[in-house]
Design a binder for this molecule. Structure first.
Ligand code: ADE
Length: 251
């Protein structure tokens, strides 16, 4: 069981992603828990103020430190969280999220996630509350909520039992360090377009080889950078060399 403790000013944004599909099932099965905490509940003024003007001027607003500190402290105490449980800030300034980070996070029992908003959070939150900062890519969202949902989705499906063995993530793009091979389903001929014979042949070894080669082909075409950091067998290397030779001949 893994528990995500999310601090946000828009808990309602999480409703439909969490109430549908794989994550909904995982929560019902008790494999995943997502606890939403409204940052406004940790304010003490009449207007429940969570943001303020930046010192020194400049555009936009800054998330105040006090509701965030109180919110995280409340969650850590009320849930008796171990001091090793990370507090992650969703921000475009964080380390870029990927499958490896998702795998690492999926080993945790708990994770506190702060969804940033406005221009950003007071720097003291970064320095003295947060233990990790994650970005989901080089673009700016209206807030960290969608980014947090991306992380929760990617991490949750790696928790044993969340995704059935039939839908196993073992062959997913990125899990293997390669993009996934092309997929086909019925009908075998659709509007004159045929599925590859080998997939219908029943020769398991041949199918596995085809899938590996097509994954290599696709990765070479679309994400050659991934080939630098993935484990390749001598057969893989031979096949890639052939593909590169073919390409040079065609150029
Ligand atoms: N908040 C705004 N943009 C973001 C991004 N790209 N990743 C994580 N959090 C964000």
């Amino acid at each position: 069981m893994m528990r995500f403790h999310v601090l946000t000013i828009f808990p309602g944004m999480f409703d439909s992603p969490l109430s549908l599909s794989i994550i909904a099932r995982a929560q019902k099965q008790g494999l995943v828990e997502v606890n939403l905490h409204n940052i406004r509940d940790f304010t003490h003024d009449r207007h429940n103020t969570v943001d303020d003007y930046p010192f020194g001027g400049g555009p936009g607003m800054v998330m105040k430190p006090d509701p965030l500190f109180e919110g995280v402290e409340h969650v850590r105490e009320s849930e008796s969280l171990d001091e090793n449980v990370p507090t992650v800030l969703m921000t475009p300034q964080g380390r870029q999220f990927n499958q490896r980070i998702a795998e690492d996070l999926s080993d945790l029992s708990d994770m506190v996630i702060i969804c940033g908003r406005y221009e950003g959070v007071d720097e003291r939150v970064r320095q003295n509350l947060v233990t990790d900062e994650i970005s989901i890519g080089d673009y700016v969202l209206g807030g960290g909520e969608l980014a947090a949902m991306v992380v929760i989705d990617a991490v949750a499906r790696l928790i044993p039992g969340v995704v059935g063995s039939a839908e196993s993530p073992a062959n997913d793009s990125h899990t293997t360090g390669l993009l996934q091979h092309p997929l086909y389903t019925r009908p075998s001929v659709f509007r004159g377009m045929e599925a590859p014979d080998v997939l219908l042949s029943g020769h398991h070894a041949e199918i596995t080889k085809w899938q590996r080669w097509e994954a290599l082909r696709r990765t070479l075409e679309r994400r050659p950078d991934m080939l630098e950091s993935t484990e390749l067998s001598p057969d893989d290397r031979r096949f890639l060399d052939e593909l590169r030779d073919e390409r040079e001949r065609d150029d």
